[in-house]
Design a binder for this molecule. Structure first.
Ligand code: GTP
Ligand code: MG
Length: 206
């Protein structure tokens, strides 16, 4: 597992506290309770790496995880590689000031972060895309940032229902003119983990 060496680096309340903007990183975004932290744990193969919770709004920070730096050519510093767990969006009980704060920080992060190579957008397979998900897809398309959607918690549906949900999403992505890709995922069973990991590794290498 090429993501296995992931380690917690820091939890940031604002962009300026994130690790230096060098190297390559992939960010995990999605609505509160969608399963972002669980997906990160499944992909890295560490059960307790990112904190997960039944209570929505668990991740109220931008959490940075580092992967072993990639050795480059002679005379070049090793390339820093990171995964970022973004705070969940759309949780009603988060105070309005905090919600506004995260809206601005995530927006700033997406616009400014030079090392950002792509977004993994996590969405519950039982719910259609919400405003936040659409905004993320539109942003990625507008800035030509790769986006890969994980339709997670697929273990809650039958195979057939999951396949239908994926087909419906793909149709919506094409009709919406986005270039995002999508797959079925479950951190629990687990399902689609190798496929998702391949995508993340490919993004980190671009
Ligand atoms: P916030 O940090 O609050 O934004 O949430 P998050 O998106 O990081 O979600 P988290 O990974 O903490 O998971 C939320 C809840 O969903 C937890 O109770 C998880 O156990 C559950 N969960 C996550 N992924 C899956 C999955 O693939 N299948 C099932 N059945 N439950 C899942
Ligand atoms: Mg979380």
């Amino acid at each position: 597992n090429p993501l296995q060496g992931a380690q917690f680096v820091l939890a940031a309340h604002r962009i300026s506290q994130l690790p230096p903007d060098h190297g390559a990183e992939v960010a995990f975004a999605g609505r509160s309770n969608a399963g972002k932290s669980s997906a990160l744990n499944a992909l890295t193969g560490h059960r307790g790496l990112a904190r997960t919770s039944k209570t929505p709004g668990r991740t109220q920070q931008m959490v940075a995880f580092s992967l072993p730096p990639k050795v480059q050519g002679e005379g070049l510093a090793p390339l820093q590689v990171r995964l970022i767990d973004l705070p969940g969006y759309g949780y009603a009980k988060v105070p309005p000031e905090l919600r506004e704060h995260w809206k601005q920080e995530i927006d700033g992060y997406l616009h400014q972060r030079q090392s950002l190579r792509g977004i993994v957008l996590i969405a519950d397979i039982r719910h259609p895309l919400k405003d936040f998900d659409r905004m993320m897809l539109d942003f990625c398309f507008a800035t030509q940032l790769p986006c890969h959607v994980l339709l997670t918690k697929a273990d809650k549906l039958s195979r057939n229902q999951s396949a239908q949900a994926l087909a419906a999403l793909r149709k919506e992505l094409v009709e919406g003119g986005t270039q995002a890709t999508a797959q079925i995922f479950s951190s629990q069973t687990p399902t689609g983990v190798d496929e998702a990991r391949d995508v993340v590794v490919r993004l980190l290498n671009t």
